[in-house]
Design a protein. Structure first.
Length: 247
């Protein structure tokens, strides 16, 4: 899918409005190219604060273009061009398989972002992976944005997605990682993407996505982040201009 510049503007402005109000934004998709405009919307109301991105996925999504277009494989290349979302605070969990483009891996190396493959996570253990993710994502930042691509889960559990990849995380592993991260970090937003109902079987992918959302909300309550009595200190009342475009 090719997300048009005007559509990006609409998403960014909508997220900026929700975020600046003090509400906790939850974004559902759909195509992962929305990761760029959603983070851009949040960055508009961060002032001089910074956000770390924790990205659950089988694919890095960090190449500049794909087939000469900016699409679902490209959001983090463009998001980490924003001064409020440094590349060093991008942490990607569950990467692996045969479908990770070399161009994207090259960008990760050049920008010194952080990748834990499924093998890394299983060998180091879930708790160590959580600590790694939090240490890198929170280094000099004020909040964390979570992008959860449903295809980080092994394809046998989530058939309803456009780019299934065998060998991913087990559902219980992904939910454990997610829960620990949410409990230990100031989370400013969540997106769950790449759910495709026409490809689904017995709604199991949709149920997994629902579980991600419900678990996140529950852990936000358990950690005292919700309900909010006042706006978090990282929300700046005035919007700054959108300095990075999607063309």
């Amino acid at each position: 899918m090719r997300l048009q510049a005007g559509e990006c503007q609409q998403i960014s402005r909508g997220i900026a409005h929700i975020f600046s109000s003090g509400a906790f934004p939850i974004i559902l998709g759909g195509d992962h190219s929305i990761g760029f405009p959603t983070v851009r919307g949040i960055c508009r109301h961060l002032g001089d604060k910074k956000v770390g991105i924790i990205h659950f996925d089988r694919h890095v999504d960090t190449q500049e273009t794909d087939l000469d277009e900016r699409m679902h494989t490209c959001p983090w290349f463009h998001a980490t061009n924003m001064r409020n979302a440094p590349a060093k605070n991008l942490v990607q969990l569950g990467i692996g398989g045969w479908q990770v483009p070399r161009q994207g891996v090259k960008v990760c190396r050049e920008r010194a972002s952080n990748i834990l493959t499924v093998t890394d996570i299983t060998e180091m253990g879930l708790d160590a992976a959580v600590e790694f993710a939090l240490e890198r994502a929170l280094d000099g930042t004020d909040c964390i944005y979570i992008s959860f691509d449903i295809d980080c889960i092994d394809a046998g559990f989530v058939p309803g997605t456009g780019w299934p990849e065998p060998g991913g995380l087990l559902p219980r592993e992904a939910l454990y990682l997610l829960g620990k991260i949410v409990q230990k970090a100031p989370v400013c937003g969540l997106e769950v993407v790449e759910v495709s109902p026409p490809y689904d079987i017995s709604d199991i992918t949709a149920l997994m996505a629902t579980r991600v959302i419900c678990d996140t909300m529950a852990h936000l309550v358990l950690s005292g982040q919700l309900p909010r009595q006042e706006k978090p200190s990282y929300i700046h009342p005035e919007a700054q201009p959108e300095l990075v475009e999607w063309t």
